[in-house]
Design a protein around this ligand. Sequence first.
Ligand code: ME8
Length: 531
Amino acid sequence: MSFYVTTPIYYVNAAPHLGHAYTTIAADVMARHHRQRGEQTFFLPGTDEHGEPVADAAHALGISPQELADRNAERFKALAPQLEASNDFFIRTTDAEHMAKVQEVLERVRENGFVYQGTYEGWYCPRCADFKAENEIDEDRRCPIHHIELTREQEDSYFFKLSAFQERLEQLFAEREDFVAPRTRYNEALSFIRSGLRDVPLTRHKLTWGVPVPWDPEHVFYVWFDALLNYYTALGYAPAPAELDAEQAADLTKTFWPASYHVIAKDILRFHTVYWPALLMAAELELPRHVFVHGYLLMDGEKMSKSLGNVLDPFAVIERFGADALRFYLMRDVPFGQDGSVSTASFEQRYETELANDLGNLASRTIAMISRYRDGTIAPGEVDPLLREDFLGLSERVSECLDRAELTLALEEIWQRVRRLNRYVEEQAPWKLAKDEARAEELDRVLRTLAEGIRTVGVLLWPYLPSSSERLLAALGAPGLSLAGAAIGSGAVEQVSSLEPLFPKDRGEADPKAIDGAAIDSTAIDDGASA
Ligand code: ME8
C-alpha cells in the first residue's frame, strides 16, 4: 500500500499566512495517519514561482523574479517544520529538473494532437494569472476575488484543446463519484464541465518569467500548466523516503503515482478538477484518486489572502502557543470542507477547555495518581470492559473518516473518547478507592484502564498533535505509534514517568494580535520585501 498527498504549491509573490498553514497541516495529518498504518507515504508541498504575479511583485520591488522567488520560497520552506509538517520533499517550480520534465510532458501533449496556435483575447486578472469568463465579471470589470481592475489582453498563444475532453471528463465524474469531495464541490466542477468546455491558452507570449516552450522559444508555458505538473515531476527527482527499497527508490513515480489526494481550497477547484485531469489524459498519465476541496478560513467574513492585505502570521501564533495548539484549533474548529471563521476568542476557548482541561488535565491527573498510589507501576491485567466497549472499533472508524479526508470528524471521534475518559475518572473516583485496602484490585483496574485509554487516544491523536502525543506516550513508557496498537488494552503500559503539563495555561497576557490582529498588517508585497 502507498499513499501520496499534496498541497497546492504556494505563490512566492508574498509571505506565508495562516491559509497556507491550514492546508499544509491538513495534508500532514493525512500523511502521518497513513504512516501509522504502515503504508509507504509521500507528502509534497512546494512553491509556485513562475508567472505574472511573481514577475509583477518582483518588478515592484526592483529585484529580479528569481531573487524574489528565492527569498520567499525559503519562508514557505521554513513554515513546514514550524508547523511540524512531515513533508518528504519541497518542490520549487524553478528547479531545473521540474522545468525539464514540464517541457517533456507538454511536448508529448502537443505530439498527441492537443495543442494548436491561435490568438487569445479576454479579461485577465494578473493576480489570479487567469482569464475570467464573461459571466464571472461584474459591471466594474473587477476581479471577483482580488477586487482589482481586469485588463483586456490579446496575445498570440498556443492553446490546449480542453474541449476535446468534454465527454471523457463527464464520464470520469460519472464513474468516480469520489473523484472530488465534498459533494458540493463535485457538483460545482461537474456543472462547469457540463456548461461546455472551451480551449484554454497553454502559453504566454508577452511574458518571459516561465518555463520556455521547447517548440517556440518566444513563448513560456502558462503558469498553471507548469504548476499543476509539479505533483508529477517531483517524483522524478525527489530523494526517496528511507523505508523504500533500492528498486522503488530509483523511480518514485512507480510507487506513488497517481496521487492519492490533492488537498486544495475552493479558489483553485477548476484547475484541479477540470484542467488537471484533462491535461493528464492528454499526456497519457494516470489520474489522481481524489481531490479534496476545503473551505476558506475567514476573518471578518472575508477570505484571507495575500493581496487583500488582511493576512495573519502563523509564526507568531506558533511562537506563543506551539504548533500542536494551532494544528488542533484549525482541524477542530473549522469543519474540514467548509468555510469557518477564526478568532482569538474561539482559539482560547478551545485551548483552555479542550487541550488544557480535557486532555492535558486528564493526562496529568492519571499519571499523578499512578505515581502516588502505585509508585508509577501498572499491575498487569484486563482493562475495564465498560471502557473497552466504548473504544471498540475506534481506530477503524478514525481510519474510515481519514480515508475520506474527514479530518474534523475523525478528531471528533477521538475527542469523544477523551471526554469519556474524563467521565470515567469522575465515576470511578480513584481517590476514594485508594482509601480502601479492600478495593485495591479495583483501583489497579481503574488506573490500568485510564493509562491504556490515554495511550490509545495518544496514538490516534499523533497526526493532529505530534509533539504532545509523543511526550504523552513517552511518559507512559509506550512510545509505539503504529495504528495497530491503537486498541485499548493492547499496549501494556507498565511504568509511567512524570509529565510536564502538555498545554500549560499560563501563557502570559492575552495578545489579541496573535490570532486575529494584524500580525502582518503591511500589504503582502511589501511584507515579502522586508523579510
Ligand atoms: O493558488 N483559507 O497559490 P496560493 C484556506 N500557486 N486556505 C487558504 C486560504 C484561506 N483563507 N488562503 C490560501 C495558488 N489558502 C497556486 C496553486 S497548485 C498547482 C498552484 C490555501 O499561494 C489554499 O490551499 O494563492 C489555497 O488553495 C491555496 O492556499 C492558494 O495558495
